[in-house]
Design a protein around this ligand. Structure first.
Ligand code: EPZ
Length: 445
């Protein structure tokens, strides 16, 4: 059954919503829960299809893994390293994350090659090379990767590129290894820090997460944890771009604006006003705290985790944006910001350096009347104030989100088909956008 969004665009956004825990923090954290036989409870989790699929993989391995309201409960006591079905493994790229934890705990593990992805080949060579350095023998038989190890021995691992997934997989494999593992040229994303904090909350020892060198001191076993992952900076960036496109003013809560610096820098250049807690005057902070106390936000940290954007709608173009590993401009908001620049009168250039096929949304933006062209890794956008309503189709997760927020800025009725791509990373995005004043509904075709 396919579903599409019906958007009646041209309305300014207004309102505030709270951001839920990050998909890209939860996927490795859920995988890391395989390393312990203790109870794990994860708080404030959105019901994303990627998360549901990974929980299903843990259940197929023999564990308990389920949503309980907005919490996720996991107990991997009865897990055994059996080969998970190909169909399930290839539904999500993140299935590769179970290798590290299973090899941390068991002498062998096998998986089918993870799903390819519309945005690029997404190699796993760095995962394999790193696991071999830890003492794992790995052979590929057809589409399966078979791994065996006697013990895991801590060592120095140099990553030729700061791969997020390889850093996370190797952190997990090293968590129960003998001795210390040093990962050099590690990824520095906030989700890496969050995984390290989760492993520490289980009793593991990790130092340096968030820098380019991470030290993991293996421990004998891990315990239990109740943990609230960081909020989703990519969803936040998506909604900031939505407001830039549609105009108006929105506030997003429960997000640490430090994670958004590269995005904020670009938004300020487009003529949007962006306010984080630290920018607020003393008087507005007092008012915010009073308002939040009435609204039930009691923790001081809520006040720090706050971002407001005001958009005049006449956006300025950006001469050059290049996606980079964190703390550079995130590839995961490249499509959403590309959609925004389609409305910024003048020439903007975007260079995508992480994935080889992340401009699929551009062909759909052209159906909205956007004036742009792309070749290889670079896209040139000649933005214009008004685009026209059309029927478009999501081709991948972030590209689908980009088309949805583009429609918010277009007077009239637009349709975005194949919204299942978007559901992988946004839980009922239409409800969030409605709460921010958009006219959007999900229709079953
Ligand atoms: C993570 O993917 C995210 N996914 C991606 O978010 C994100 O785009 C990406 O990091 C970069 O920030 C999750 O965290 C679940 P990488 P990952 O390993 O780990 C190449 C979204 O929209 N590479 O840093 O797969 C790879 O092909 C998703 O939420 C190798 O060549 O990213 C890619 O071109 C999309 N060999 C580049 O590195 C390897 O062994 C970055 O990959 C590993 C990666």
């Amino acid at each position: 059954m396919s579903e599409f969004f019906l958007v009646n665009g041209g309305k300014k956004l207004k309102g505030e919503i709270e951001i839920s825990s990050a998909k890209n923090a939860l996927l490795p954290i859920i995988s890391a829960s395989l390393m312990t036989s203790g109870d794990v409870l994860l708080k404030n989790c959105p019901r994303l299809t990627d998360l549901e699929n990974l929980l299903e993989i843990i259940r197929e391995l023999g564990g308990i893994a389920e949503f309980r309201g907005s919490d996720i409960f996991i107990n991997a006591k009865d897990v055994s390293p059996k080969l998970v079905s190909k169909e399930l493994t290839q539904k999500i790229r993140a299935s590769i994350f179970i290798l590290g934890p299973l090899l941390a705990r068991f002498k062998e593990a096998s998986i089918y090659m993870p799903g390819g992805c519309n945005i690029g080949t997404r190699g796993i060579d760095l995962h394999i090379v790193g696991l071999k350095k830890l003492g794992v023998s790995i052979k590929q038989e057809g589409e399966t990767i078979k791994c065996k190890r006697s013990g895991l021995q801590g060592t120095k691992i140099y990553l030729s590129l700061p791969s997020v997934g390889a850093t996370e997989n190797l952190m997990m494999a090293a968590a129960l290894a003998n001795g210390t593992t040093t990962i050099i040229n590690a990824a520095r994303e906030p989700e890496i820090i969050d995984l390290a904090n989760f492993i520490k909350s289980l009793g593991g020892k990790v130092l340096g997460a968030g820098t380019g060198t991470i030290y993991i001191h293996g421990v004998k076993e891990l315990g239990t944890a109740e943990y609230r992952p960081i909020s989703d900076r990519i969803i936040t960036g998506t909604y900031l771009a939505a407001c830039a496109i549609a105009g108006g003013e929105i506030t997003l809560k429960n997000i640490n604006s430090e994670y958004l610096s590269a995005m904020i820098k670009v938004l300020l250049q487009t003529n949007c006003e962006v306010l984080t807690y630290s920018d607020l005057s003393r008087e507005s902070r007092v008012n915010l705290i009073a308002h939040d106390r009435d609204a039930g936000y009691f923790h001081e940290k809520h006040y720090k985790n706050y971002i407001k954007i005001r958009s005049p709608r006449n956006l300025r173009p950006i001469s050059f944006i290049e996606t980079k590993p964190y703390p550079g401009f995130p590839t995961d908001v490249q499509p959403q910001f590309g959609a925004m620049l389609a409305f910024a009168k003048g020439a903007s250039v975007i260079k995508e350096t992480l994935f080889e096929n992340r401009f699929a949304y551009a062909d759909e933006l052209i159906k909205f009347g956007a004036n742009l062209s792309y070749k290889g890794q670079e896209m040139i956008i000649n933005g214009k104030k008004m685009l026209n309503p059309a029927k478009v189709a999501a081709k991948d997760l972030r590209g689908g989100a980009a088309l949805t927020i583009a429609a918010l800025g277009i007077d009239g009725e637009s349709i975005i088909e194949d919204v299942h791509h978007i559901d992988r990373g946004y839980y009922k995005i239409e409800n969030d956008l409605k709460a921010l004043g958009a006219e959007i509904k999900r229709v079953r075709a």
